[in-house]
Design a protein around this ligand. Structure first.
Ligand code: FDA
Length: 304
């Protein structure tokens, strides 16, 4: 049953029709639990509240499917707006984005132009931009773009996923780039040809890559709600003299608030991923796929 639900939600996340329909109707069915709002002002208010409670943030303007150059340019404009809003409000947050929403599938040069203008402005504002990792089909292209940009910019990082067989080697290859990495388990439905099908293997690889990147001496964002993985990272840092300035924990808005607060109170850097915007549907479906038990939360909200 759980596998069935996972497949259903992962399928819905990629369904263009469902995404377009949901976009029309605003935040529905409990979407507010995972998404901070529609407007950048609502998102900034959510970050302000997190900052008050000792947590910092990364803002993501949601955008799932882009099919025209105009949409990609508009998406870049929203990223620039978000950077300006962070600066004007004085909240502590950086920016996360997806390369497909900046035109990766339309024209690589357009995507690079958009990225360069975002990174240039972020650099002027002393801010940082993280490239989210999407499905396997975009992994190589995303890493190629990251490498190219990293040669020009210090303020760019990327995400690697523990479920992919290739990730350990990618971390070794990125060593020369002193990469600032967010490490995650991975949120997309992938073939066993490219990704570990069993959760226990994903977890084992996750622990392995956290240690590998930390030992390489580069900044590591451990993005997980798994207390076991968080303990492994903490213990590894303590045992190996890795300073708290070289890593941070990251979690998603609305998930495991208790754990977020506990780590922040213990003096760890805790950054919350705060998504906002009309394109909430695909993002929320991926959250349901990770934990089908969340479906009861959605059902309860259907009738509110
Ligand atoms: P795991 O799935 O094992 O969950 C551990 C525990 O966390 C669960 O038992 C439950 O208590 C809680 N939990 C996890 N997910 C939950 C949910 N949806 N609702 C309620 N509770 C939940 N992926 C990707 O492919 N590319 C990316 O760029 C990113 N970016 C990213 C940023 C940040 C800040 C985070 C935290 C995560 C991502 N992810 C991601 C998603 C990631 O790949 C993964 O799917 C989720 O984090 C869930 O995996 P966990 O590591 O939390 O462990």
């Amino acid at each position: 049953m759980e596998t069935l639900l996972r497949n259903l939600f992962q399928g819905l996340a990629k369904n263009r029709f469902a995404n377009r329909l949901a976009k029309k109707y605003g935040l529905r069915f409990g979407a507010k639990r995972f998404v901070a709002g529609i407007t950048v002002q609502e998102a900034i208010e959510a970050v302000r509240q997190l900052n008050r409670e000792g947590r910092i943030a990364t803002l993501d303007h949601l955008g799932e499917f882009i099919s025209t150059r105009e949409e990609a340019v508009e998406s870049a404009r929203m990223c620039l707006n978000t950077l300006e809003a962070i600066e004007e409000s004085g909240v502590e947050s950086n920016l996360s984005l997806k390369l497909t929403s900046l035109g990766l599938d339309i024209d690589k040069a357009l995507c690079m132009d958009n990225m360069r203008s975002i990174l240039r402005r972020a650099r002027e504002l002393n801010n940082f931009v993280r490239i989210d990792m999407e499905d396997y089909a975009h992994c190589q292209a995303s890493l190629d773009i990251y490498r190219e940009l990293r040669r020009e910019f210090d303020n760019v990082g990327i995400v690697l996923q523990a479920y992919l067989y290739r990730t350990e080697q990618d971390i070794r290859d990125l060593n020369a780039f002193k990469a600032n990495l967010r490490l995650v388990k991975g949120a997309y439905k992938e073939s066993p040809k490219v990704a570990f099908p069993d959760k226990k293997d994903v977890d084992a690889n996750y622990a392995k890559i956290i240690k590998l990147h930390m030992s390489n001496g580069h900044y590591t964002a451990i993005a997980s709600h798994d207390e076991n993985m968080i303990s492994i990272a903490r213990r590894y840092a303590e045992d190996n003299g890795i300073p708290r300035t070289q890593f941070e924990f990251q979690m998603l808005y609305g998930i495991r608030e208790d754990l977020q607060k506990r780590l922040a109170a213990e003096g760890y850097k805790v950054r919350i991923y705060v998504p906002f915007g009309r394109d909430w549907f695909g993002y929320n479906m991926r959250r349901l796929a990770e934990r089908p038990a969340n479906v009861w939360f959605v059902l309860r909200n259907l009738f509110k």
